[in-house]
Design a protein around this ligand. Structure first.
Ligand code: UD1
Ligand code: CA
Length: 461
């Protein structure tokens, strides 16, 4: 029995009022369609998954191409029934087709498997996944032959509900399993005589029923999984579900998260036991944080790796970087891409780093820019030090040896190299290499004119 999964993802998402196609909108840090494909790919191999694309097809395909699924084009979006008509040639050779919606992103693989197993066990022509959410408004309703019967007579869209049908709480999730034969034998009979003037896939329930085929429904164990995302507000509800799920998973692994409803954690983030995450922290992308760390409020960490026992104080921004064990970061530090901060190093307030290596135990505690630099261990970078790495055209490198003391307010004009153990006097502009163990002064001499104020006053009077 060959099984294909078709994902409907061609719609514009008019109700979003957005320029971007609906399935490209992100929740939990990734596009809606990626969530759906990830679940489908746990049920069948990617070459048996067909995404129906249309609106902004190029961008949609680019966003999910890495997974290796197939694409079906629906150039004009004439409804969900039409989307599945477009998938007819691509799905030849399959016996059954599971249909998923690109805008129902919380669906889990286990639920697809439950739908598949029920569909096979019932030997149905069409099996509808349903749910009974608290508020069914907006969804199509599923009319069963009798309340306790698996068999369904019709799906009625919200706009077409009679007052009596509006009492029905069981909704259509937009997720179905079909025997391919009867599906395509009858799909041509769909009519556009409805509120949207579209071909509704939902009408297959009554069509197949009238043709004597078996149409059944199975209720999802968890109604949250089948909630759709037609508006930004609905999408953000789903985003909250995903973030809370990620936070709960980490808490179950020994991570303390204060006020988890305020943190934003992407699904693939890893955090070690006994690490504490304070309110309003964001941990994004492929971020990995070790054990016994503390991330204080308002820090945003993306695609970065933090070892154990690190303190990230309030308001830090850390991107695509690595932080060594026992380091202290912030408050208000900006760790930009390709920064490697060594073990026990300190990066203090208003310090910006970009593409640097900072050795073990080195410190840059205040108001400093370090870019394109290799800095040894045990280095003290004074307040206000700047690596002048850019000459307006090219970037140049600064190399600082072990145990160097860079006095406050010095500018290091790259390319430049400062040898081990040397001292740079405060306020220097260093333009020439400094050998090891030397003292370099690069500043104007101070002139002090004693009695100057008195003389000036005398001149004025
Ligand atoms: C649909 C169902 C409704 C169900 C709800 C569940 C229909 C007519 N109604 O309504 O019964 O309760 O889902 O969430 O199917 N799409 C295409 N091509 C098109 C039209 C839509 O690919 O021509 C895609 C959309 O991108 C979307 C999915 O199909 O991913 C569902 O379409 P949408 O317009 O959101 O349907 P709903 O109004 O939510
Ligand atoms: Ca929808």
């Amino acid at each position: 029995m060959r099984l294909a999964i078709v994902i409907m993802a061609a719609g514009k998402g008019t109700r979003l009022k957005s320029k971007r196609a609906k399935v490209l909108h992100e929740i939990g840090g990734k596009p809606l369609l990626k969530h759906v494909i990830a679940a489908a790919a746990q049920v069948v191999p990617p070459q048996d998954i067909f995404a129906v694309v249309g609106h902004q097809a190029e961008q949609v395909e680019a966003a999910v191409r890495d997974i290796g699924v197939q694409f079906v084009h629906q150039t004009e979006q004439l409804g969900t029934g039409h989307a599945i008509q477009c998938a007819e040639p691509a799905t030849r050779g399959y016996d059954n087709v599971i249909v998923l919606s690109g805008d129902v992103p919380l669906l889990k693989a286990e639920t697809i498997l439950a739908l598949r197993d029920f569909h096979f066990a019932e030997q149905a022509a069409m099996t509808i996944l349903t749910a009974a959410p608290e508020n069914p408004t907006g969804y199509g309703r599923v009319l069963r032959k009798k309340p306790d019967s698996a068999e369904v007579t019709a799906i009625v869209e919200q706009k077409a509900l009679t007052p009596e049908q509006a009492q029905v709480r069981e909704i259509n999730s937009g997720i179905y399993a079909f025997q391919r034969g009867p599906l395509y034998e009858h799909i041509g009979e769909l009519q556009r005589n409805n509120a949207q003037g579209e071909l509704y896939l939902t009408d297959m329930a009554s069509l197949l029923g009238k043709a004597g085929a078996k149409v059944v429904a199975i209720e999802a164990a968890n109604a949250v999984e089948v909630l759709g995302a037609n508006t930004i507000a609905e999408m953000m509800d789903l985003d909250r579900e995903l973030r809370l799920e990620a936070a709960r998973k980490l808490m179950a692994q020994g991570v303390t998260i204060f006020r988890p409803e305020t943190v934003v954690i992407d699904a693939n983030v890893e955090v070690g036991a006994d690490t504490v995450i304070e309110p309003f922290v964001q941990l994004l992308g492929t971020t990995k944080i070790g054990e016994d760390c503390r991330v204080r409020s308002y820090s945003v960490i993306e695609n970065s790796t933090l070892a154990n026992k690190i303190l990230v104080r309030q308001g830090c921004v850390i991107n695509d970087s690595q932080i060594g064990e026992g380091a202290l970061i912030g408050p208000y530090a900006h760790i930009r891409p390709e920064s490697e901060i060594g073990d026990r190093a300190h990066i203090g307030n208003f310090v910006e780093t970009k593409k640097i290596k900072l050795g073990a135990g080195s410190k840059a505690n205040h108001l400093t820019y370090l870019g394109d630099a290799e800095i040894g261990s045990g280095v003290n970078v004074g307040a206000g030090v700047i690596t002048c790495n850019y000459d307006g055209v090219n970037k140049h490198k600064t190399i600082i040896g072990d145990g160097v003391f860079v006095g406050s307010d010095s500018t290091l004009v790259a390319p430049i190299s400062i040898g081990d153990g040397s001292y740079i006097a405060a306020g220097s502009c260093i333009t020439e290499n400094v050998p090891a163990e030397a003292l370099a002064l690069g500043r104007a001499r101070q002139i002090t004119k004693e009695g100057w104020v008195k003389e000036r006053k005398a001149r004025k009077s």
